[in-house]
Write a protein that binds this ligand. Structure first.
Ligand SMILES: [Ca+2]
Ligand SMILES: [Ca+2]
Ligand SMILES: [Ca+2]
Length: 369
């Protein structure tokens, strides 16, 4: 369901961008990996370090999204200094576009231990972002790599990305150069990491995992996201509070909840509303306490539609999320349980059993002695 969610977000982007005035906020972080003192691409901020000098690959702060974003590369624990590359090729091979971005790159030189390289990005406000990174050498490196992105939705690995080069492959057009794109989601707290893993080199020309720079853009996702309980969560307590991160335009939230996927999926804001209906509430806060005590083992479905009465695109229909309440019986460690009781006990004296154990206690037979 998360996959589906991401796809829906991507589809909604083009419509949303039309609503965002250009230049209102610094809605992008553009980083050009460059040697210290080297040229920085127009419109980018420079991450600077010195080739083969691990101490210079520090956590560096950048301004974007109205806050401070920190970028920190790191390599495998056994990395040698010689693997921490920040190369500047100059422009001997005659590319003409975005020269200051492409001429220099951060890399793992896999002729020494160091793979994989991890890029840790901290401080991203909660939201959905696009990621675009460039992987081109205007000399002769052309290895293949995988990248694992870990964000608030989990980890996704993209495999077999082919680095492009100019000297051997003749790639000179910016549009033809290798890039990696994805969508990343920040919960506003945990860093986002990207782990770049080069396929084993077959020659000197495939020995570097390199990145010229990257761009992160806020997508102003209009949909509710990051549900809690998480989508498809199990073992959820019977008293549940629903939470979510609001979409970018939300003023209010329509809450739909029930034990039928179809009923929740099909409900609309012209249905009857109330705490005993599928359409539970229209409210301003991004949290909803389910009033009834839920059934053991039952799967429930819920949906948050984002509402903004002054926006003609409202409401933005959310995904249907689900969770399953804790089971009626937990497996009991061990093979047997001995219960003893005395016939001399008073009639109203009994075993005190916690509520979560009542289910299995109904199957225990006690014999007074
Ligand atoms: Ca540069
Ligand atoms: Ca090196
Ligand atoms: Ca660069």
């Amino acid at each position: 369901m998360k996959r589906e969610n991401k796809r829906m977000l991507m589809l909604s982007v083009s419509a949303v961008l039309l609503l965002v005035p250009v230049g209102v906020a610094q809605a992008e972080l553009r980083i050009d990996f460059s040697q210290t003192g080297g040229p920085v691409e127009a419109g980018f901020q420079g991450y600077f370090a010195d080739n083969d000098q691990p101490d210079t690959f520090t956590a560096q702060d950048f301004t974007a999204f109205g806050t401070t974003i920190t970028v920190k590369p790191s390599w495998a624990p056994d990395a040698t200094p010689q693997t921490t590359d920040m190369m500047d090729r100059g422009n001997n091979d005659g590319i003409t576009d975005h020269v200051d971005l492409l001429r220099d790159w951060i890399a793992t030189d896999n002729r020494q231990p160091g793979d994989p390289m991890t890029l840790t990005i901290s401080g991203l406000p909660a939201g959905t972002y696009s990621w675009l990174s460039y992987h081109h050498d205007n000399h002769m490196q052309r290895g293949v790599f995988d990248v694992t992105v870990t964000d608030a939705t989990g980890s996704v690995t993209t495999t077999d990305i082919q680095i492009t080069d100019t000297r051997t492959s003749g790639v000179v057009n910016f549009e033809d150069m290798a890039r990696f794109t994805t969508t990343i989601v920040s919960d506003g707290t945990e860093p986002v990491t990207l782990v770049f893993h080069l396929h084993p080199p077959s020659s000197t020309q495939t020995s570097a995992q390199l990145m010229n720079g990257f761009e992160i853009a806020l997508l102003h996702n209009p949909l509710a996201m990051l549900p809690s309980p998480a989508d498809e969560a199990t073992d959820v307590p019977r008293n549940v509070v629903l939470n979510w991160t609001p979409g970018g335009f939300a003023g209010q939230h329509d809450v739909y909840f029930g034990s039928s996927f179809d009923n929740v999926n099909d409900a609309t804001n012209i249905d009857p509303i109330g705490p005993d209906k599928v359409y539970r509430a229209r409210q301003g806060v991004n949290s909803y306490t389910v009033s009834e005590r839920l059934d053991f083992g039952q799967t429930y479905y819920w949906r948050i539609d984002e509402v903004n009465d002054v926006n003609p695109d409202s409401p933005w229909i959310g995904d249907v999320w689900s969770f399953t309440v804790e089971p009626i019986a937990y497996p009991i460690p061990g093979t047997s349980i001995t219960v003893t009781a005395s016939s001399s006990n008073s009639a109203n004296e009994g075993l005190k059993i916690p509520s979560t154990a009542r289910g299995w206690m109904t199957a225990v037979y006690c014999t007074a002695t």
